[in-house]
Design a protein. Structure first.
Length: 281
């Protein structure tokens, strides 16, 4: 942006202007105030544009999750735990009802629009040898593949199967509820999960800061049953899916953790990256 636009002109005052110094200073004050007000508005517009872009990108990923869930488990949220959780999350993010319904129909193959997405899994390492698995959903892998390879230049891209053995492929249900005296172990047993661990707001934005959150780990075939029990017993399910949990976690300094986290965020910002599973707490 140029320092001055057509809205502003440079005013040169004569050297001998003592008689009018007060008027000149007042004029300068008005001009400078107007200039910085203009500049401030431009910054605000830019900030709003970035926020709008981020929201659009996030909503796109939410709708893609709805489509995939409907494709894998059918269009009825009551009988599809993953779809139920995806729709609930989209509603919390103010995604319109029409957009949600279109995504469900497209994913389930109802109507003229059909979902054509290729599921591609990348394996590799973030900086400081942090193992990770990246799930990509794309309608054009010829475009996406080189972009993902470019992003991995800061880390290390491996061959298929190179580090999946470092993770367990399990069912994951993340949920929260309010109230006192909540026994996570008892809830896990009743729901049919194998393990449970506390989940805080800083680990998952969907967990309210004043609620009790938990990640229930179950057999792959038990995800729907665990989600249903939790939903029927006072829990709000925010995630219900198959995923990966690392068997071991490398020791990292705060600086190394920040560098790895920045790399993961860059990957996650790509429109076609659907899930990232990393051995980092």
């Amino acid at each position: 942006m140029e320092p001055y636009s057509s809205h502003y002109e440079v005013i040169i005052f004569p050297v001998d202007c003592k008689a009018n110094s007060h008027r000149h200073l007042k004029l300068l004050h008005i001009l400078s105030k107007s200039f910085w007000t203009y500049m401030g508005r431009q910054w605000l517009h830019a900030k709003r544009a970035v926020a709008s872009l981020k929201k659009g990108q996030a909503n796109g990923k939410l709708l893609k999750e709805i489509m995939v869930a409907a494709k894998m488990g059918g269009p009825d949220p009551d009988g599809n735990a993953r779809l139920f959780a995806a729709v609930a999350k989209a509603r919390r993010e103010s995604v319109t009802r029409d957009a949600i319904e279109r995504a469900i129909k497209k994913g389930a193959g109802i109507g003229e629009e059909k979902l054509i997405l290729e599921h591609v899994v990348y394996e590799g390492y973030a900086p400081h040898k942090v193992p990770l698995i990246v799930e990509v959903l794309t309608d054009n892998n010829n475009r996406t593949a080189p972009e993902i390879r470019q992003l991995f230049k800061r880390g290390q891209l491996g061959m298929p199967g190179s580090n999946k053995f470092l993770f367990d492929n399990v069912g994951l249900v993340e949920a929260h509820r309010t109230g006192e005296g909540i026994d996570l172990e008892e809830a896990a047993i009743e729901a049919g999960a194998n393990e449970v661990e506390p989940l805080a707001h800083d680990q998952n934005d969907d967990i309210p800061a004043d609620a009790t959150g938990a990640r229930f780990i179950a057999d792959r075939t038990a995800v729907h049953a665990v989600s249903q029990w939790l939903s029927q017993n006072g829990w709000t399910v925010v995630t219900s899916e198959l995923g990966y949990i690392a068997k071991n976690y490398p020791e990292l300094t705060e600086e190394q953790r920040a560098e790895a986290g920045e790399f993961l965020q860059t990957l996650d910002d790509h429109d076609d990256v659907h899930r990232i599973w990393a051995a980092m707490k």
